[in-house]
Design a protein around this ligand. Sequence first.
Ligand code: GRF
Length: 189
Amino acid sequence: MKRIAVFASGNGSNFEALVTSNLKAEIGLLVCDNPDAYVIERASKAGIESFVFIPKTFSSKEAFEESIIERLRDASIDFIVLAGYMRLIGPTLLQAFEGRIVNIHPSLLPAFPGKDAVGQALQAGVKETGVTIHYVDAGMDTGPIIARQSIEIYENETRESLEGRIHHIEHRFYPETINQLLTARGVKS
Ligand code: GRF
């Protein structure tokens, strides 16, 4: 079985969905850049090892990404899944895991990249938004798209209702899509 590392910075509902889904891979490590993140507790309850680091204690992004790579290699990780990891991946990590890093984003990319995609969609007054799963490159939510799922924005939609409906989709769509990647196309190791 392939081994996956999930990267997250906050709540970790997608992490939990991956843990409890029927994933055709083993989650071998949580990587987290925020010692206060609730996702760390979720990992500990699930018996999954965490690598928690504080970026500002390193001299550079290259330096902390080298530490991450060391932990990924120790844990024999084949594939990286970003789930609410609030940082751009730098060239060090991109090169080490080329073509083996995916992300989930709460909009129909290329629309509304970056922070607060749900707020951006509501602000823009569009009738439809969604969820995109894509490979990660050096840009902000710019990598090749793997799959997208759309969702209607209702007349009386609030931020909470839309966020809730998007999360609901994400929690099913991410494990499903990762399973397809792992089986249909295979994952380079
Ligand atoms: C999700 O909406 C995901 O699309 C985005 O960050 C959010 C993470 O939520 N990249 P959670 O921490 O998994 O609850």
